[in-house]
Design a protein around this ligand. Structure first.
Ligand SMILES: [Zn+2]
Length: 416
């Protein structure tokens, strides 16, 4: 990470301007490096920040004083040369609440730094799924978990399975819950968070945030999973219904002018294909999600079980019979067409697939890569790596990232 010199002074009298504190401007980047496992030692931190040992030492000491990281000075053993102090996120440090709403229920977890979830709680969707009741259930569950913990709670964030506009935070096309399009979900969630008690160790006026789940999953994969070190990371996923996508460029989500970029689900991959909720035919949504795979195999989903689980079983058993194999290949080919279109437009250096798409990749990796390469102008010479997602509960881990974001930008904001 590079750092530009301190920005120009805002104070009119330069003699009263405090001495620029280079160490302070490095706190955020240093915490990000420890948080993502890229600086497990002080010498790694020194190298990554491109600073002197003394500066890295001062910065890590400040993060330790803030209760965010630990510094272990005992020799690591086994290594040669001068031992370096080991850095890690503080296991007793502050927490955030991460939550996710999806077609099959509500998931809520406490999360420390380092992408660590603490025993996620999974609840079925309540009978009434109007926005206020659902958001209240999320806030109440999060508040209970936070109040039961001995650690400080610094924020809460929620992943949603529908597009969320920026910066106003309204939910569009929230088809799973039949919310009116334009529901002001960020404001409603903030109001519900303000109504409940997160316990004596929660930050007063607890900050809250909401975002799309595919965007947050991509952030989680970039920081803690299969997307590490990728510069232009494309994530495509099919969790419960439809298809989501996200792009992380140089560590930051690309969300477009209003938060609605990478709505990959409506890419047309078969003009004569299945009907999509948008009214068109053959969208990636309708051709490569769990219902599409079951339909290709002539199966009707069992309404008593999550459709994703049924589709995953089918994908994993595809080698067992020709009908399942044909259904799998049909859906893999359409996913390949969609990915090829995205590769031609976005030129990613890595594609991470999750949800059902991870199983499609596992079942037919060569076929999928060949379809993508065949349709890409550059793909035939240099293929884009297509890899499976690694982060468990990536939507929740990504929601935690969203809640941590203000503190990763300014770790001193975490001070008690
Ligand atoms: Zn569509």
């Amino acid at each position: 990470m590079q750092h530009s010199p301190t920005s120009p002074p805002a104070a009119p009298d330069p003699r009263r301007r405090p001495v620029p504190d280079r160490g302070r401007t490095l706190l955020g980047p240093a915490l990000r490096l420890v948080h993502t496992g890229q600086a497990p030692t002080r010498s790694a931190l020194t190298g990554r920040l491109e600073v002197t040992r003394a500066t890295a030492g001062a910065v890590s000491a400040e993060l330790e004083a803030l209760g965010l990281i630990t510094i272990d000075s005992r020799p690591a053993g086994g290594g040669r040369g001068r031992p370096s102090h080991r850095l890690a996120v503080d296991p007793d440090g502050p927490l955030v609440v991460a939550a996710q709403l999806h077609a099959d229920g509500v998931s809520v977890s406490l999360a420390g730094l380092g992408g660590r979830l603490l025993d996620p709680v999974h609840l079925p969707l309540p009978a009434a799924t109007d926005p206020v009741r659902l958001l209240r259930a999320v806030a109440q569950t999060g508040a209970r978990l936070a109040a039961e913990s001995e650690r400080r709670c610094l924020g809460i964030a929620l992943a949603l399975p529908n597009p969320v506009t920026e910066p106003d935070g309204t939910a569009l096309a929230a088809l799973h819950f039949a919310w009116p399009s334009g529901t002001p979900v960020a404001d409603l969630f903030a109001a519900e968070v303000a109504r409940v008690d997160f316990g004596p160790r929660a930050r007063p006026g607890l900050p809250s945030a909401v975002a799309n789940d595919a965007n947050l999953a991509a952030l989680a994969e970039h920081r803690h999973g299969a997307g590490r070190e990728a510069r232009h990371l494309l994530l495509v996923t099919s969790g419960h219904r439809g298809v989501g996508g996200a792009l992380v460029i140089d560590g930051r989500l690309h969300t477009g002018s209003a938060g609605l970029a990478l709505e990959v689900g409506h890419l047309t991959v078969d003009p004569q294909g299945r009907r999509c909720a948008c009214g068109n035919r053959g969208c990636l949504n309708a051709e490569t999600d769990p219902e599409a795979l079951l339909a290709a195999a002539g199966r009707t989903p069992d309404p008593a079980r999550p459709v994703l689980a049924q589709a995953r079983e089918l994908a994993r058993s595809a080698a067992a019979g020709p009908a399942a194999r044909a259904a799998l290949e049909h859906v893999v080919d359409r996913l390949g067409l969609g990915l090829a279109g995205l590769v031609n437009i976005l030129n990613p250096d890595r594609i991470v697939l999750s949800g059902l798409h991870l199983d499609l990749l596992a079942a037919a990796p060569d076929r999928l890569a060949a379809v993508v390469a065949d349709r890409c102008l550059w793909g035939r010479s240099g293929r884009v790596p297509i890899v499976p997602a690694l982060v468990r509960h990536a939507g929740l881990v990504g929601a935690a990232e969203l809640a941590w974001e203000p503190y990763l930008d300014d770790p001193q904001a975490a001070a008690a």
